[in-house]
Design a protein around this ligand. Structure first.
Ligand code: C2E
Ligand code: CA
Ligand code: CA
Length: 512
């Protein structure tokens, strides 16, 4: 706000007052001493005296008024500045809010055309939701404030923003290259990861960063956000705590993913998916104790697409919930014709994160009339690592119905042995890679037998996956696995071939 106008007015009043005073003085002097016919005796000086007093009063009043107005103007200016700041900044972190950050980014992207490149960094905190769930919202807020502090300190005001939730962004102008961006991103991650006390708890904040820059990658403010977002996804996929830069290949992969996603949506509607079932045997090979349900997509042009490929695509969109529902329902329907055999269904972390998973499963069981005790769900370790109260509650609710929970691909992730004790796990499935590695070294055999012993010590069944040969079977038995599964026994079977397989296997075991 321009305050000089008030100061100028105050000075003008003071000047007018001074001129008026001098003028009244002159009039008084002339009227009194030179008797200019303005009146006789006492009356003659009353007029200028009254003028003088009136001038004084008006002048002082006007001066005060101007000062008051000036004061209001100052207050108004401060309020305006505060409102502007509130409208542009995120109140919790003091960083620019989404709209202001994007506006500032737009400016920089425009400037990049004139030879001042700009790099956009998207930062996403790892496992923020877990921190919130475990330590409470006040702790979560304090973590966000701390991120704001670090970004303001290391990057500078006006260059960093909070885009929402635990998503942050910052931009750096100047010469950009993959190495400079990676280094800048890593510096920020290191600053965040430095141990600090938050609400009395020593904490290290971890995050992942995706970077894209203009003009090289794009000259559009929204495209640059999309490019950095793809890179961020890659950073997380590569194992969190990383900085990933955008490149053209990512865009190609994204286009491929999108086309698969579109077609998968259609495939679900057109019933192009099929369920296959792979038998799981007792370690002596005799009995079939369960079947693992595995989904297949018979694409009219591309042929059979592996679930390893399309499940990952579905997980990135809401499609995974639809796919999961389709799988669960189809399995429950297929099971109608098979005596008492148990079937395990793979459930991806994204499905469990969906709302109300347990209730949803309960509804499917009710509508198909299946006994929950005949169904197991296979989950992977990362569900347990996320340690979300809701997901654990869902798992417990399913167990309370009578379903069992199996831990799949054990040995590929962190293999936290503590999970086995703490979480409601009934069966451990040792990853096929680990099982097959037993062929090569004694160390791997020790590793598998340690898991198997631990499992049996905790009264859990242990399945060795990926048994392809007689030798694999011998090694799995020697390691102490109670169950086995793999091509040696059978490849996944079409539903219509399951009864015949079960009948033959059971006949063999009865004869044995
Ligand atoms: P997974 O759960 O670890 O399933 C085992 C995979 O190993 C299956 O591959 C199976 O066909 C394959 N396999 C079985 N025995 C052998 C063997 O002796 N040697 C070798 N080399 N491989 C063997 P598939 O069917 O391609 O499934 C791949 C992954 O896709 C599965 O890994 C699972 O994570 C996921 N998946 C499959 N069906 C579903 C589903 O219905 N829902 C969800 N969420 N994920 C699924
Ligand atoms: Ca599995
Ligand atoms: Ca597995």
């Amino acid at each position: 706000m321009d305050l000089t106008v008030y100061d100028r007015r105050a000075w003008r009043i003071r000047l007018t007052l001074a001129v008026g005073l001098v003028f009244s003085g002159i009039v008084w002097y002339l009227a009194d001493f030179h008797n200019l016919g303005l009146g006789e005796g006492r009356v003659s000086w009353l007029v200028p005296a009254a003028m003088l007093v009136a001038m004084l009063v008006i002048g002082v009043y006007a001066n005060g008024l101007i000062h008051e107005l000036r004061h209001h103007a100052v207050e108004l200016g401060e309020q305006h500045a505060l409102l502007r700041r509130l409208a542009q900044h995120d109140p919790m972190t003091g960083l620019l809010n989404r709209a202001s950050f994007i506006a500032a980014l737009e400016e920089r992207v425009k400037q990049s055309e004139e030879g001042m490149p700009v790099a956009l960094f998207l930062l996403d905190l790892d496992r923020f939701k877990v921190m919130n769930d475990v330590f409470g919202h006040a702790f979560g807020d304090a973590v966000l404030e701390r991120v704001g502090e670090v970004l303001r300190r290391d990057i500078g005001d006006g260059l960093c923003g909070r885009l929402g939730g635990d998503e942050f962004a910052f931009m750096l102008s100047g010469p950009v290259s993959r190495s400079t961006c990676e280094a800048a991103g890593r510096r920020v991650l290191q600053a965040l990861a430095a141990p600090t006390s938050i609400l009395g708890r020593t904490t290290q904040i971890e995050g992942s960063i995706g970077v894209a820059w203009s003009p090289q990658h794009t000259m559009d403010r929204m495209d640059i956000v999309a490019c950095a977002d793809l890179a961020l996804y890659l950073a997380k996929e590569e194992g969190r705590g990383r900085v990933a830069c955008f490149d053209g290949e990512l865009l190609k992969e994204e286009r491929y993913r999108r086309s698969i996603e579109r077609e998968l949506r259609g495939a679900l509607l057109m019933n192009e998916l099929e369920m296959y079932y792979q038998p799981i045997h007792s370690a002596d090979g005799a009995r079939v104790t369960a079947l693992e349900a595995l989904v297949r997509w018979r694409h009219p042009v591309r042929g059979v697409i592996s679930p390893a490929e399309f499940i990952a695509v579905a997980e990135r969109s809401s499609l995974i919930e639809k796919l999961g529902t389709w799988v669960f329902t189809r399995v429950c329907e297929d099971m109608a014709d098979w005596d008492d055999i148990k079937v395990s269904i793979n459930v991806s972390p994204a499905q469990l994160k969906g709302r109300d998973f347990a209730n949803h499963v309960r509804d499917i069981l009710a509508s198909t009339g299946r006994d929950p005790r005949r169904i197991a769900i296979e989950i992977t370790e990362n569900i347990l690592m996320d340690n979300s109260a809701e997901q654990i509650a869902d798992l417990n609710a399913l167990r309370a119905l009578g379903m069992s929970v199996w831990l799949d691909d054990f040995g590929t992730g962190h293999s936290g042995l503590s999970y086995l004790r703490e979480f409601p796990i009934d069966v451990i499935k040792i990853d096929k890679g680990l099982v097959q590695d037993m062929r090569d070294s004694a160390d791997n055999r020790v590793f598998v037998s340690t898991i198997a012993q631990l499992g049996s010590g905790l009264d859990r069944r242990v399945v060795a996956e990926g048994i392809e040969t007689q030798d694999d079977l011998v090694l799995a038995r020697a390691a102490g696995c109670s169950h086995v599964q793999g091509y040696y026994f059978s490849r996944p079977l079409e539903a219509r071939n399951v009864p015949a397989y079960l009948a033959t296997a059971n006949k063999c075991s009865a004869a044995a």
